[in-house]
Design a protein. Structure first.
Length: 389
């Protein structure tokens, strides 16, 4: 007759086994950064990074995970985020404290779906201290009215341009601004201001709306729109795909026409809508850039498109941009390609906010700022568009 353990001993055995497994997983993730960044070691690092929940900029997340539910997840009750802080502490080894989640940072906003809460100044679970000004920008306070002695650049983008996890004064936009004022000269001897309108997970369609309805109020001389893997990957349409299901008007005729041409209906699930929109990526982006250029022309402003990549190897960061360079060239908009920013970095982890997170750290932002300045100086037309002469 087969001998069985008493219930109490069975429970203790299972508990001990679970404790051993959890301890092993925690030890594995803690030591993963010491694995070689090549071959099997690199594969294990990537798997562990994905298990830890790399940010949406993770290339694997681009290709395999839809952002259709991001709207709901982003605005989930903050108590849920706080409830996960103990787990986050165990997993990351970081200080455990009551923190404020994404639901505190963002508020619901019609067409944009979400936007930063004005005057926010708290600690976020994932990225630490987060601040917004009275206009809901992740930036210092700026007056709406522009001085005649100022040349303004409105920076549009997602979390890369926003400087996720980085202090404001160490982001590439501020580094770029300081160098422009130290070395570059605007027409008429004007001083430069780079106003950061970037918002986490925004797609180009959201950036366009921010440019037209928000940034324009600050009278920018240049609209600098950044395109990252997030905005040109398979999930480029996740914003559009959520509008009709949420009963939100697409607002702009060129977007209404694109949704109609794709056959997207209000009762479509976001995933279905994304599938229908897949082949319209290039036409929509082309139309968006042409409309932005036309809008900028009304105030004699210029548009500059910047290709920006997370801290990832080229085989992951370059493929999403296939066909995008040719498209931007066709529009006649000035283009600056910064996808080579980290190409000479042997250990990419040294440029990340964390070894598992492809967002650049302060050193990475310095490289971006240097590359942006250098590439613009190498383009006479681009430099002229930037400085106004």
């Amino acid at each position: 007759m087969k001998e069985t353990l008493p219930p109490k001993r069975t429970f203790l055995a299972c508990a001990a086994a679970c404790a051993c497994i959890l301890s092993g997983l925690l030890l594995l993730q803690a030591r993963a950064q010491r694995l070689p960044n090549r071959g099997a070691g690199r594969f294990m690092r990537t798997v562990i990074a994905e298990a830890r929940g790399r940010h949406a900029l993770s290339s694997l997340a681009f290709r395999n995970v839809t952002m259709a539910g991001y709207y709901e997840n982003l605005l989930r009750e903050s108590e849920e985020s706080e409830g996960r802080s103990l787990i986050a502490w165990l997993w990351t080894g970081e200080k455990w404290s009551r923190t404020h989640g994404q639901a505190d940072i963002y508020i619901r906003q019609g067409f944009l779906l979400w936007e930063p809460r004005p005057g926010f100044a708290k600690v976020d679970l994932k990225e630490g201290p987060v601040f917004t000004n009275s206009h809901g920008m992740f930036a210092p306070e700026y007056p709406v009215e522009k001085s005649a002695a100022i040349r303004r650049i409105a920076l549009l983008g997602d979390s890369l341009a926003r400087g996720y996890g980085i202090a404001m004064d160490r982001r590439f936009d501020k580094l770029f601004e300081r160098r422009l004022n130290a070395e570059g000269r605007a027409g008429g001897g004007k001083r430069f201001e780079v106003l950061n309108f970037a918002v986490t997970a925004y797609r180009p369609t959201q950036m366009y709306d921010v440019a037209v309805r928000k940034a324009s109020l600050f009278q920018p001389d240049v609209y600098m729109i950044t395109l990252t893997e997030l905005g040109v990957s398979n999930n480029w349409s996740s914003h559009l795909a959520q509008l009709l299901p949420h009963g939100i008007d697409p607002r702009y005729d060129f977007l209404r026409q694109a949704l109609a041409a794709a056959g997207v209906h209000r009762n479509d699930e976001p995933l279905v809508a994304q599938t229908k929109l897949a082949r319209y990526q290039l036409p929509i982006l082309r139309s968006l850039l042409l409309h932005l250029k036309k809008f900028a022309d009304l105030s004699s402003a210029n548009v500059i498109v910047v290709f920006l990549s997370g801290v990832e190897p080229p085989e992951l960061s370059l493929p999403p941009f296939r066909g995008i360079r040719e498209l931007v060239t066709e529009t006649g908009v000035t283009m600056v390609d910064l996808l080579d920013t980290f190409s000479s970095t042997s250990d990419l982890d040294t440029m990340r906010v964390a070894w598992y997170d492809p967002h650049p750290n302060p050193d990475g932002h310095q490289l971006i700022a240097n590359n942006l300045y250098r590439k613009l100086r190498e383009q006479p037309a681009g430099w002229s568009a930037l400085v106004g002469r």
